[in-house]
Ligand binder design. Structure first.
Ligand code: FAD
Length: 554
């Protein structure tokens, strides 16, 4: 197994290497699904390439509710198998990525006319815990009305009947995707972002190669030959199926989900709450860093796929939901500091509303051999990958006698996850060792795991070179160390990749970020040798991205 680089400066070299060989498997799409498949296949010894036309995780995989969860509501829909599978996956992920999968207590208030009655909730949560194999200490607790109101004093009490407290896990979806891609690269997968699968090449009725365009550098496209090609393009999956001439039978049904972020002071919840909304749906409100985020909506979608917009109607819906359950907070649209909208790539079922559609994944194999995987959840990505790679092995077994290698990803610790002790203790150690960084050391651990050490070490060396520094200079130095890490280890290509998908700062540290934008663009300019005009263009582009997070369409 030859470990592959994920440095941004290696992009061209990786594309060239991919085009000089015949891959066992080319994965199209660098969201969590494609990332998981690349890791599984590379770990089983296949020669793997992955191309992503935007940044890694720029599709749905940076736009979810960011929960690794068992999907309580799927129990209500009778999807027992799905709940069991994602529940078990949750435990595996917690073990393999402890720095970015964090237990989170979730309060489920029981209200008059709500989705769940007291008995049904108690039984449902009991079953949920059992299906998911939840440890004793983390099993659900049922609460009286008084106990529920005490736990969350902002809840309206006139309709409150009691509550349930159960465990979910919080993550950062884009960081999880990047860590899986980094792990795939460490197992030999060649992964490139901003590389679009532009054309499928059919030879004698079989898919033999893919023409890949380097979106950043132009130039002649690459012809990448592969024995097997997987379409893991989420909301874009049907576009590729159409190109392949195989868009028949089942199709995607896209629904849009929106999240809003407000400052913690505006919605100072004591813990995460999953609560009823007047229309019969349920919404999450989740405290995170100095913010609370709220979501989600679920509406049919047929607009452009790259940047689904947040509308004023979406904002009104979510703010009404919050103001209905926490009446004293009186949130207004101008309190929203950031937002995102994502598209669920679900499988269409006649006559079903968005919320009723199954979240199960399905695999389609076309006559040309294109393997498409669609549907599913972030939480279930590892199992989805296993099913796809099992299929690839079965096909390679029939076609060239390749021996089957079983999946072993349940035992692969993800990049950054090999912590010598519990995350909190490890973070405390680093805060002591790198005292110059203060709380930033802790924040970096929950972002990069063991990767935090090299960022902090580099920052320390810089500071050593400059002597005493004030807090602002320390912050800037750390930002530059973090950027350097993202360039060398995480193929960051543009400032917006950094603020959205490598750090999440656009969503959860908006106020701190605003003052840092010029320094960040300067860092990119130095790394890539941009002239002033290009740096200005990139700065304007970044400002436009930041502004779009609080601009809502009518
Ligand atoms: P994507 O992440 O969209 O990846 C597909 C990628 O393919 C994109 O990056 C795209 O740029 C790329 N691509 C497309 N065409 C091409 C091409 N021609 N060449 C190269 N690349 C291409 N799941 C959970 O487990 N927990 C949650 O809390 C949760 N909340 C959710 C909330 C919302 C609002 C939504 C929308 C989904 C949520 N999900 C959740 C589901 C989860 O986010 C998705 O199932 C998952 O992210 C889908 O990942 P994917 O890789 O299949 O698709």
């Amino acid at each position: 197994m030859q470990s592959r680089s994920l440095s941004v400066f290696a992009r061209t070299g990786i594309l060239e290497s991919m085009s000089e060989t015949v891959l066992d498997l080319l994965v199209i799409g660098g969201g969590i699904t494609g990332a998981g498949i690349a890791l599984d296949a590379a770990a089983r010894g296949l020669a793997v390439g992955l191309v992503e036309k935007q940044d890694f995780a720029a599709g749905t995989s940076s736009r979810s509710t960011k929960l690794i969860h068992g999907g309580l509501r799927y129990l209500k829909q009778g999807e027992v198998g799905l709940v069991r599978e994602v529940g078990r996956e949750r435990a595996i992920l917690f073990r393999n990525a402890p720095h970015i999968v964090i237990p989170e207590k979730m309060l489920l208030p029981l209200v008059q006319g709500g989705t769940y009655g007291k008995l049904a909730t108690s039984a449902g949560l009991w079953l949920y815990d059992r299906l998911a194999g939840v440890e004793k200490a983390e099993r659900r607790i049922m609460l009286s009305k008084e106990e529920t109101a005490k736990r969350e004093p902002l809840l309206r009490t006139d309709i409150l009947k009691g509550g349930g407290l159960y465990y979910e896990y919080r993550t950062d979806d884009a960081r999880l995707t990047i860590e899986v891609i980094k792990t795939a690269a460490a197992h030999g997968a060649m992964c490139v972002n901003y590389a679009e699968a532009a054309e499928l090449v059919n030879e004698g009725g079989k898919l033999a190669a893919v023409i890949v365009r380097d979106v950043l550098n132009g130039g002649a496209p690459y012809r990448i030959r592969a024995k097997k090609v997987v379409n893991a393009t989420g909301p874009w999956a049907d576009l590729l199926r159409r190109q392949d001439g195989s868009l028949t039978g089942k199709r995607l049904h896209l629904t849009k989900g929106v999240h809003l972020v407000v400052a913690r002071e505006r919605l100072p919840l004591r813990q995460s709450v999953y609560f009823d909304v007047a229309d019969g749906r349920m919404v999450f409100a989740i405290p995170r860093d100095g913010t609370t985020y709220i979501g989600t909506t679920d509406t049919d979608y047929d607009g452009p796929l790259e940047q689904p917009a947040v509308t004023r109607g979406d904002v009104e819906y979510l703010l009404n939901a919050v103001n209905g359950m926490f009446p004293s907070v009186r949130l207004q649209p101008e309190h929203v500091e950031s937002s995102w909208a994502g598209l669920r790539p679900l499988i269409h079922e006649d006559g079903k509303s968005p919320s009723e559609l199954s979240r199960k994944d399905e695999i389609f194999v076309s006559p040309s051999g294109l393997i498409t995987i669609a549907g599913g959840k972030l939480t279930g990505y590892r199992k989805m990958a296993e099913r796809v790679v099992d299929l690839v092995f079965r096909q390679l077994g029939e076609e060239e006698g390749r021996s089957f290698v079983p999946c072993g990803t349940d035992r692969i610790v993800l990049s950054g996850g090999r912590l010598p002790k519990r995350p909190a203790e490890y973070a405390a150690d680093l805060r002591e060792r790198f005292s110059y960084a203060g709380e930033e050391a802790v924040r970096l651990v929950y972002r990069y795991g063991t990767g935090a050490e090299s960022i902090l070490q580099r920052g320390k060396e810089e500071i050593g070179n400059h002597g005493e520094m004030n807090i602002e200079s320390v912050r800037q130095t750390l930002l530059m160390s973090e950027l350097d890490y993202a360039l060398r280890e995480e193929m960051v290509c543009a400032p917006e990749d950094f603020v959205i998908r490598r750090t999440g700062d656009l969503y959860f540290r908006r106020r701190q970020l605003n003052g840092m934008l010029p320094v960040l663009v300067e860092g990119f300019a130095r790394a890539f040798g941009w002239d002033e005009a290009h740096a200005n263009t990139m700065r304007e582009r970044l400002e436009a991205v930041c502004e779009a997070a609080v601009r809502f369409e009518t």
